[in-house]
Design a protein around this ligand. Structure first.
Ligand SMILES: CC(C)(COP(=O)(O)OP(=O)(O)OC[C@H]1O[C@@H](n2cnc3c(N)ncnc32)[C@H](O)[C@@H]1OP(=O)(O)O)[C@@H](O)C(=O)NCCC(=O)NCCS
Length: 245
């Protein structure tokens, strides 16, 4: 059941949410502008642009995963009535930042979609997608968008940011690790993995984890990408707790 905080957050309009994020960001001397929307509030063209980046970045990974490639189901999830978006448009070298029609004509460079949800007894801002177009990757937009999600979560009194990431998505796992995310206790196999950690923080000698949970954020040693081939699930659930505002 939704808490009061989740109910309140889900009533927030895009303008309400927009007040807790910066209106623009400058990357390598170019301006990128933010646009906040609900999933259903996106225009047909905006949905198509969202889908194109998603397909370009993720189709191969999904096809090789247990999720499979299911465009109708994925579109339903992407544009769910509770989904909220921060779109990043640009680059723009010197356009009039006050002209909405100019900003909305800039190409979509990146976006994040999220929902406010109850999860295992906590109020969370669940990041459903973080996608940076190939051309714009590794310029800081992903980091910037995660910071905006964090700010929104903090403003609406959520307790943590959560997300799901495929283990095979090595780049994304490295990115989230660099942003301070750890494997969440609700991640499949987490409890079994913790059981094999001795009190000194080292795994029992000769014992292999058969769980899906990896050890980063627990013993701080193994990389999240060090797969045990016996693992059955192919994703992690990650989280980052909110600091007190
Ligand atoms: C993963 C993704 C969101 C990261 O966004 P980004 O804008 O490219 O990353 P940033 O420039 O903000 O990177 C911040 C830090 O994350 C780490 N990082 C990012 N991409 C990385 C990569 N490919 N390999 C290793 N580390 C990486 C680095 O520490 C980086 O800092 P640095 O550039 O100073 O070294 C983006 O690459 C992307 O959209 N990938 C495809 C879609 C995807 O996998 N989304 C996540 C689904 S769960």
């Amino acid at each position: 059941m939704s808490s009061r905080a989740v109910k309140r957050a889900n009533k927030a309009t895009p303008s309400d949410i927009g007040r807790s994020i910066s209106p623009s960001v400058t990357v390598d001397g170019s301006s990128f502008f933010h646009q906040v929307s609900t999933g259903p509030g996106l225009s047909v063209a905006e949905r198509e642009a969202v889908w194109q980046i998603f397909e370009d970045n993720m189709k191969g990974l999904y096809m090789d995963s247990a999720f499979g490639w299911d465009p109708p189901a994925k579109r339903a999830e992407l544009f769910h009535f509770l989904s909220r978006y921060i779109l990043v448009r640009g680059p723009s070298a010197g356009c009039d930042s006050s002209a909405e029609n100019v900003k909305s004509a800039l190409p979509l460079a990146a976006y994040v979609s999220f929902r406010f949800e109850p999860e295992a007894g906590q109020d969370v801002i669940y990041c459903y997608e973080l996608q940076v177009s190939r051309a714009a990757q590794r310029h800081g937009l992903g980091k910037h968008l995660m910071q905006q999600v964090y700010n929104v979560g903090q403003r609406w009194r959520m307790q943590k940011v959560m997300l799901t990431v495929l283990k095979a998505n090595v780049a994304a796992n490295r990115f989230y690790e660099s942003q301070g995310f750890v494997i969440d206790p609700t991640s499949p196999g987490y409890a079994e993995r913790v059981e094999v950690i001795q009190t000194d923080g080292e795994p029992d000698e000769g014992e292999n984890s058969t769980s899906c949970g990896e050890t980063a954020g627990i013993d701080g040693d193994d990389s999240w990408e060090d797969e045990d081939e016996a693992d059955e699930c192919d994703y992690h659930i990650l989280s980052k707790a909110m600091r007190e505002p």
